[in-house]
Design a protein around this ligand. Structure first.
Ligand code: GLU
Length: 464
């Protein structure tokens, strides 16, 4: 049997991190078992589903490296099949037509609430003769669910969960306007897509019991279910906008790497000993549902940022350079070919000091700027009537080298000694002149990355 999982988002909002983690777990589970990971866009709520939201889902999954193995299935395009199954259940006497008017249903609900009972449909059309149907009322189709016994679910994360059939009413599978309900459509689709494992948020647990009733009525083999706990904010409340970035693509904008985010989301709610930093290959190898905890996990941005810094240091310099370049361009800077080369040369030093691509962009911007540079106040304060001429004297000593880091380092040391200054007293004003700030990678590497001509231009711009 081929293991087949699916991610089934509704395109009514953003692809948020909870959804991304569900997708990741489905992806890893399928890969671990050499199976397939599918995507189904649940766009049956036509009023709230947007093409833009679909695109965000596709782009988000792509960015995270969770591309499905087959083109997405659009639930809205399968309506005829959902109707067919509902009619089959009706024909087999496993479903029935309910002619209740909205007013009757409201009255039923209000009475139940007044009597402190759960509001449930009372089954009044279950065994009633359809010949008694009122004029002009279009019926809904309801599942004739078992009255006795219970539904027992062996959930792969939650363990055994039972619900008595008596606690569930006869659900509508086809509305009176002829459209299938969500619960029904999901079962038909999961069956037709040969899904073997449904891994989704535990907010769907109650739906599962109703869906099992449909599987049983159709005599279909049920998939395994795994309901994973939700992600909460650091304060324990349901994750929302006020907790910071919520949409997956906002994390991209803020400079998180997709592999860091996946690594973080995996560790959030799944564990394998102390393993913290896991590559995609390791994740696939190690991922099983046994490692998924039952408690809600809390989103911790500090931890994510720390992990992102670790991934950043491992990342390929050229890839980082290209990303930073895009961000600089977006910020309005022109990035010349020479600036790109400088960026690439200094990347090993720059990435050591940054935790996000945003930080990396800020610390890289000086490489793309042209003289005169903007100076941070602390840097401006280092350029005095004493240090400016000193930099003027330093320039020929630097120019006399082959402009490699070791030679530049040696020249700086010799110059400081000859001037009777400490190395820092030379290096700090020099850094200010070259970068406009007080922080950069090692001064020798910074000099080498900028190159002789640019160093000369920058020193002359301040030393006169
Ligand atoms: N469409 C549902 C959602 O976005 C998921 C349904 C499922 O996984 O069965 O929450």
């Amino acid at each position: 049997m081929t293991i087949r999982t699916r991610f089934a988002p509704s395109p009514t909002g953003l692809l948020h991190i909870g959804g991304a983690r569900t997708a990741l777990f489905n992806y890893l589970f399928a890969r671990h078992h050499g199976g397939e990971f599918l995507l189904r866009i649940e766009d049956t709520d036509k009023a709230r589903s947007t093409q833009q939201a679909v695109q965000v889902i596709l782009d988000g999954l792509d960015w995270l490296g969770l591309t499905p193995d087959q083109p997405p299935v659009y639930q809205s395009q399968r309506e005829a099949r959902h109707v067919e199954v509902a009619l089959q259940l009706l024909a087999e006497g496993k479903a029935y037509k309910c002619y209740c008017t909205p007013e009757e249903l409201t009255a039923m609900r209000e009475q139940a609430i007044a009597e402190k009972r759960a509001p449930r449909y009372d089954g009044r059309w279950r065994d009633r003769d359809p010949a008694e149907a009122p004029e002009g009322v279009k019926p809904a189709i309801r599942l004739k669910a078992p009255r006795g016994g219970e539904v027992v679910l062996q959930d792969l994360v939650q363990g055994e969960v039972r619900v008595k059939n008596a606690e569930m009413d006869d659900m509508i599978i086809l509305r009176s306007d002829g459209t299938p309900t969500y619960l029904h459509a999901v079962v038909v689709d999961d069956h037709d897509m040969d899904i073997t494992h449904v891994i989704r948020g535990d907010d769907h647990l109650t739906n599962t019991f109703r869906q099992i009733q449909i599987y049983d009525a159709m005599g279909w083999k049920k998939p395994e279910f795994a309901h994973i706990p939700l992600i909460h904010g650091a304060d324990g409340a349901k994750l929302s906008k006020r907790h910071g970035a919520v949409s997956i693509l906002e994390f991209r904008e803020q400079g998180f790497l997709p592999e860091a985010l996946c690594n973080y989301l995996l560790r959030l709610g799944w564990g394998h000993g102390d393993a913290e930093f896991l590559t995609r290959e390791e994740q696939i190898k190690l991922f099983t549902l046994d490692g998924v905890g039952r408690a809600a996990s809390r989103m911790d941005y500090a931890k994510l940022t720390h992990l992102n810094g670790m991934w950043l240091r491992q990342a390929d310099d050229k890839r980082l350079m290209e990303d930073v370049m895009q961000r600089l361009v977006t910020a309005g800077l022109t990035v010349s070919t020479a600036a790109m080369e400088r960026l690439l040369r200094l990347m090993p030093g720059l990435k050591e000091r940054a935790k996000t691509l945003d930080e990396l962009t800020t610390s890289s911007a000086f490489l793309a700027r042209e003289v005169p540079l903007p100076f941070e106040p602390k840097a401006a304060a280092l350029l005095t009537e004493d240090t400016k001429p000193m930099l003027g004297r330093l320039l020929p000593a630097l120019e006399a080298t082959d402009f490699t880091a070791p030679a530049l380092d040696a020249a700086l040391r010799a110059f400081a000694e000859a001037e009777g200054r400490k190395l820092g007293q030379v290096a700090q004003p020099l850094r200010a002149a070259l970068t406009g700030s007080t922080m950069s990678p090692g001064i020798d590497a910074t000099l080498e990355a900028l190159g002789k001509a640019e160093v000369a231009a920058r020193i002359k711009a301040v030393a006169g």
